[in-house]
Design a protein around this ligand. Structure first.
Ligand code: GTP
Ligand code: MG
Length: 417
C-alpha cells in the first residue's frame, strides 16, 4: 500500500527525527511512503489537523501518485479523522493507530496479545461514532457476550457498542491481572533468592536482544535460551529473564525488555505498564543505544522520558553505545559509565560483563576460611556460591580465600581465620 506521511512543525527541536520515526513506523506496518508533507503551524487545526489547503494539496498528490493512505504524526480526534477522510478521500491513520497496528502484528505471547487488545479498545472507545461503531471489528469487540438482555429500552446502537467495549476491556484486564500475578510471584521468588538484576533497556531496534543473546552465548548457555532478535521495530514485546552464572560463581539475572519510540501511545504505556515496569526492580540498567544512528541523542532522550513515565527512576545506568562496527570509533572502550561496543563482538561482551560485575558486586566481602575436613559440605557450598580466589590444603582442613555476599558471609562466620 502506498502512503503519504504528514506532520505539523512547530517549535519542537526534534521534528525531523519524529518524521523519520514515522516513516520507519509506516514501513514496519508494510506501507510504502511515497511523499512527506510538512506544515508549519503553532498547533494543529481543531477541525482538520492540517490546514484545509494543505489537505487539498494532499488529495491531489495522492491522486497523481496513486496513494491510498495518509499517516499523520500525532494522535487525531475523531472529528479530525472524519474531516481529513472527507477532504482527501484517503484512509487516515494517526501515529497512535499505526503503533497499535505494529504492536498487534508482533504480539506472540498471551500477555502481549491481551495488552495490545486492551490498548486498541481504549483507543477505539472515544472514537466511536455512529458510522464507525457499525464497523466495530469482530476480533476486538466480538465475544464480549451476554448481558444484552437487561439493557434499557431505547439504548442507541452507539451506547450499546460503548458498553460492549467497556465490558470487554474489563474482562481482558481481569485476564491480564491473573498473568501479572504469576509474574509477581516469580519476581518475589527472585527477590528472596537475593540475586541482583540487570535490565537491558532502550530504543527499539538498538540491539538489546542481540546483546542478551551474545552474553548467553559467551557463558555457554544452551541455544534454546536465546531470545528473538531481528532488524525490525518492536521485535520484542515481552520481557525475558535469564540467569547469568559466571565461571567465578558470580551470578545475576538479565532481562531483555520491550523497546521504546517517541510519543509512545499512552494507551500502550498503560496496558504494558507491568511489562515496562520490569526494569523497576533492577539493580542496574544498561541502556542500549544504536551508536551508529545520527539521531542517537534523541533516542536517549526518548528512552529516559519513557522510563520516567513508567516510574523507573534512580537506578544506576550504563550508557552502552552499540553497533560500533558501523562507525569509525575504536571499540570496545569504557569511559566513566559510557561503553562503546558491538553486541556481535566477543571482546565487547567480555568488557560488558566486567562492567556489570564492577557495578553489581562492589559490595562483596573478601574473607579467608579454614574448614575442617569433616565439614566437606561447606567447601562444596562455597565452591558453588562464592568466588574462590585460592584453595590451600593445610593440616587442619581446607583454607579458602573467597569473595562473597554479606548474606553468605554471615553464614560462614564460624570458619573465619
Ligand atoms: N552491525 C551491527 N548490527 C547489530 C549490532 N547489534 C544488533 N544489531 C542488529 O540490529 C538489529 C536489531 O537488533 P535487536 O537485538 O533485535 O534489537 P532490540 O533492541 O532488541 O529491538 P526491539 O526488540 O525491537 O526493541 C538486528 O538486525 C541486529 O542484528 C551490532 O553490534 N552491529
Ligand atoms: Mg528485542
Amino acid at each position: 500500500m502506498l502512503a503519504i506521511i504528514a506532520g505539523i512543525e512547530n517549535e519542537q527541536e526534534n521534528f525531523d527525527y519524529t518524521m523519520q520515526e514515522l516513516r520507519a513506523l509506516a514501513e514496519a506496518d508494510n506501507l510504502t511512503v511515497i511523499k512527506e508533507v510538512r506544515q508549519k503551524l503553532d498547533r494543529p487545526i481543531a477541525a482538520t489537523y492540517l490546514g484545509k489547503g494543505k489537505a487539498e494539496e494532499i488529495q491531489q498528490l495522492a491522486q497523481i501518485n496513486d496513494a491510498q493512505s495518509l499517516i499523520v504524526n500525532d494522535e487525531l480526534t475523531p472529528t479530525q479523522i472524519r474531516n481529513l477522510e472527507n477532504i482527501t478521500g484517503l484512509d487516515i491513520l494517526d501515529r497512535t493507530a499505526l503503533i497499535l497496528e505494529i504492536f498487534s502484528s508482533r504480539a506472540r505471547s498471551k500477555e502481549a496479545k491481551l495488552q495490545v487488545q486492551i490498548a486498541k479498545l481504549q483507543y477505539q472507545l472515544p472514537r466511536l461514532h455512529t458510522s464507525a461503531s457499525q464497523q466495530l471489528d469482530q476480533q476486538t469487540a466480538g465475544n464480549a457476550g451476554g448481558g444484552y438482555t437487561n439493557r434499557g429500552a431505547g439504548e442507541t446502537k452507539l451506547e450499546l457498542n460503548r458498553r460492549v467495549i467497556q465490558k470487554r476491556i474489563t474482562l481482558l484486564n481481569k485476564e491480564l491481572k491473573n498473568i501479572d500475578k504469576d509474574h509477581e510471584t516469580q519476581r518475589k521468588q527472585r527477590e528472596q533468592n537475593n540475586i541482583k538484576t540487570v535490565a537491558l533497556v532502550g530504543y527499539t531496534n538498538s540491539g538489546k536482544s542481540t546483546t542478551m543473546n551474545g552474553l548467553l552465548q559467551l557463558i555457554g548457555q544452551a541455544p534454546e535460551k536465546q531470545v528473538f532478535e531481528k532488524d525490525m521495530l518492536f521485535a520484542t514485546l515481552d520481557t525475558a529473564v535469564r540467569n547469568i552464572h559466571l565461571p567465578d560463581n558470580k551470578e545475576f539475572l538479565l532481562s531483555d525488555t520491550v523497546g521504546f519510540v517517541s510519543k509512545l501511545p499512552h494507551q500502550l504505556v498503560k496496558a504494558f505498564r507491568s511489562t515496562l515496569a520490569e526494569a523497576k526492580q533492577a539493580d542496574l540498567l544498561i541502556q542500549v543505544i544504536d551508536g551508529a544512528d545520527e539521531h542517537a541523542s534523541d533516542m536517549i532522550k526518548t528512552t529516559e522520558k519513557t522510563l520516567q513515565e513508567v516510574g523507573v527512576t534512580n537506578i544506576p545506568m550504563i550508557y552502552a553505545y552499540n553497533k560500533a562496527d558501523k562507525t569509525a570509533l575504536s571499540y570496545p572502550t569504557i569511559e566513566g559509565n559510557q561503553l562503546v561496543y558491538s553486541a556481535k563482538q566477543q571482546e565487547s561482551l567480555q568488557l560488558l560483563i566486567e562492567i556489570i560485575k564492577d557495578n553489581l558486586f562492589s559490595d562483596y566481602e573478601k574473607h579467608t576460611y579454614l574448614i575442617p575436613f569433616t565439614d566437606g559440605k561447606v567447601v562444596e557450598e562455597l565452591n558453588k556460591h562464592a568466588t574462590i580466589l585460592s584453595t590451600d590444603y593445610v593440616a587442619q582442613g581446607t583454607k579458602l580465600e573467597v569473595e562473597l555476599t554479606t548474606r553468605l558471609a554471615g553464614k560462614f562466620a564460624q570458619y573465619l581465620v
